[in-house]
Design a protein. Structure first.
Length: 430
């Protein structure tokens, strides 16, 4: 078991280590940020919420251009620069005493963190053989969850002290974590930047049904755009645990609210222990589509079980059903994630992983932005029918995704086929 958790030596191990270190700092930050900004920095909750919304909206807009920079200038150097920028932005929080200063720091942090993550994914794609990308990505994700768990523990210690100095220590740890992660990534082999695209010889126009063969930008790649939108719908399971469930448990069930901590730990530990094993079953686009669908069915089953927790009058029954639901959804989440990673890399053209991974990764940001409002209305106010509808949404999105994957695969095949050029004499050459 332990051996399967350790990434292979070389780039996979360094990539996972960088993620572990970086997310340890983020985990501590997430636990303490709200209290620090409202109680120590003197911001109102409205100011904090507005500032973070603006910051992550800006990061959403800037991520694809930064991914393009990673493709053209090289993902290793881009990731290092952006992670250093994120570390400096976090350290600047120590000196925030006004809304304007907070807004500037938050925007720099969000843009650098989001862009650095996209560059890191492009680096992974450039250093990993295609048939190993999903497995390595699983190791990186396990490091992500382990880092968040360790960081949450550190943040919890700071909350016990509840002093200015303790919060300062958390921000220093987060800043240092970004700098150490940048150092680890900087020791990886360089990936050659994408060469400027040379003018292409005239060739037959692609079939309109194939999408947009030879698209120079992810914004022109229709199959990939649809794939990303559908995946964003599936990612609504992310804000489910930290936004919808606390309100659901407190308002609609007789279960104790402290059970949330156990549920969060169950989800996190499951991903750390089993994500790599589950990802081994993904070997190509077909198996990836199947995993996404089966994972989404499990997410839907978890939603149905959650719906029944509100009708139980027994604390033990409600608590047991909640734990069963979160366990089922954890397996579904891991299967969905493994399949989506393979699709995001497998349907992206070579040399453009920076902008493509940035665009695909924006789904997480969008889900976290729209999820709280959508899930609160759907589940907290509508109740059990809302859970059922959410489960149906997961299955419908996954079912629609499979033909989109075939569409994108035809597009990639058309791009890799030798171009047929018609000469003035009427003969076709390749």
């Amino acid at each position: 078991m332990i051996k399967t958790l350790i990434p292979p030596p070389g780039p996979p191990r360094r990539l996972a280590l960088a993620q572990l270190v970086c997310r340890t700092g983020d985990g501590a930050y997430y636990i303490c940020a709200a209290l620090f900004f409202t109680r120590i920095a003197g911001l109102s909750p409205v100011q904090m919420g507005l500032g973070l919304t603006v910051a992550w909206s800006l990061a959403l807009v800037a991520s694809v251009p930064l991914g393009h920079v990673a493709d053209r200038k090289g993902p290793r150097g881009t990731a290092v620069v952006l992670f250093v920028g994120a570390g400096l932005a976090v350290s600047s929080y120590l000196f925030v005493s006004s809304f304007t200063a907070f807004l500037v720091s938050a925007c720099v942090y969000a843009v650098c963190q989001r862009g650095g993550s996209a560059a890191q994914q492009a680096l992974l794609a450039g250093l990993t053989p295609k048939d190993q990308v999903t497995r390595v990505r699983a190791h990186v994700q396990a490091g992500y969850n382990a880092g968040l768990a360790v960081g949450a523990g550190l943040g919890g210690i700071a909350l016990l002290f509840d002093r200015r100095e303790a919060y300062y220590a958390v921000f220093v740890v987060n800043a240092l974590a970004f700098l150490v992660a940048a150092l680890v990534l900087g020791r990886l082999p360089a990936v050659a930047p994408q060469a400027a695209q040379a003018p292409q010889a005239p060739q037959a126009a692609p079939d309109a049904a194939s999408g947009s063969a030879g698209a120079s930008s992810v914004f022109k790649d229709r199959p990939y755009i649809v794939l990303s939108v559908l995946n964003t719908m599936l990612l609504l399971h992310i804000p489910l645990v930290d936004i919808a469930l606390p309100l659901w448990i407190s308002k609609h069930t007789v279960a104790p609210t402290w059970l949330l901590s156990l549920m969060f730990m169950l989800n996190t530990v499951a991903v750390v222990l089993f994500q790599v094993r589950i990802s081994k079953g993904v070997t190509g686009l077909e198996s990836a589509s199947r995993y996404v669908f089966l994972g989404s069915v499990l997410l839907a089953v978890g939603c149905v079980v959650f719906a029944f927790t509100g009708s139980s009058e027994s604390v033990w029954v409600a608590g047991g059903l909640l734990l069963i639901a979160v366990a089922v959804q954890a397996v579904g989440e891991m299967m969905q994630a493994a399949g989506s990673w393979e699709l995001s890399f497998g349907l992206a053209p070579e040399g453009k992983h920076g902008q493509y991974q940035a665009f695909f990764g924006n789904g997480t940001t969008v889900a976290e932005m729209i999820g709280p409002l959508a899930l609160t209305g759907l589940i907290v106010y509508w109740g059990a029918p809302g859970w059922i509808l959410l489960g149906g949404l997961f299955v419908a999105a996954a079912a629609a995704l499979r033909p989109v994957v075939r569409w994108g695969a035809r597009l990639r095949a058309a791009e890799s086929a030798p171009a047929r050029v018609t000469t003035p004499g009427g003969s076709a050459t390749t």
